[in-house]
Design a protein around this ligand. Structure first.
Ligand code: SF4
Length: 207
């Protein structure tokens, strides 16, 4: 497919010396940070939220990019290999189950309970934390479960089961690396030492 035919949103800046295209998740705190970085530094760029486009188009994008780019081992990589549940299009559309929707306050409570149960800390960067809470809430109300806000859906709860928060890998990543992939949860040690969460690889697909 011709990637230039996609409906990107464009942001104009004073710096047009690089050709920049961002394939982002609308729920991901790091994606939001990346876009903010580009804005604040005056870059011109285009972006598209891949979790909000029809699954057929997304699969074509994934195949095209996969053929072009050796991105598998990048910390934040596209294509995310997930698929949306059938029927989800540009607008996420009707929810895929009949469970009550979550509010952001309920999601905050959920994250506090997870942190307490696991012996972790929540990210003290309140703006970043809030963006992840928004992403988790969106995903719950879209899929019916707390899919990781930094990962795309593979198409069903069963396929996503390891990426439901707290994800399978977080139980190793937080104690060993100091934070989970999204940096929603931090180890008590990292917080006590005043450290910052670091970029860690997504091991969902074997990295
Ligand atoms: S624990 Fe896992 S699923 Fe939850 S926010 Fe962190 S990386 Fe995402």
């Amino acid at each position: 497919m011709n990637l230039d035919d996609l409906s990107y949103e464009s942001r104009g800046g004073t710096r047009g010396d690089h050709s920049i295209t961002v394939y982002a998740l609308s729920t991901c705190g790091f994606c939001k940070k990346a876009l903010t970085f580009l804005d604040e530094n005056g870059f011109s760029y285009r972006f598209i939220h891949v979790d909000l486009i029809p699954v057929e188009t997304k699969n074509e994008i994934k195949a095209t990019l996969k053929a072009r780019l050796p991105l598998r081992r990048h910390r934040r990589h596209f294509p995310p290999r997930g698929l949306h549940p059938p029927g989800l299009g540009k607008d996420p559309g009707p929810r895929v189950n009949a469970m009550a929707e979550k509010t952001t306050e309920q999601t905050r409570l959920f994250t506090r309970m997870v942190a307490q149960k696991q012996g972790w800390e929540l990210n003290p960067d309140t703006e970043f934390y809030d963006s992840l809470v928004d992403g988790l809430t969106t995903n719950f109300n879209r899929y019916g479960y707390y899919l990781c806000p930094c990962r795309d859906s593979d198409g069903s709860r069963e396929q996503d089961r390891n990426a439901i928060c707290p994800c399978l890998w977080s139980h190793e990543d937080v104690p060993l690396r100091g934070n989970c992939y999204c940096a929603l949860y931090l180890s008590k040690k990292l917080v006590a030492e005043g450290g910052s969460p670091s970029s860690i690889p997504d091991r969902r697909y074997g990295d």
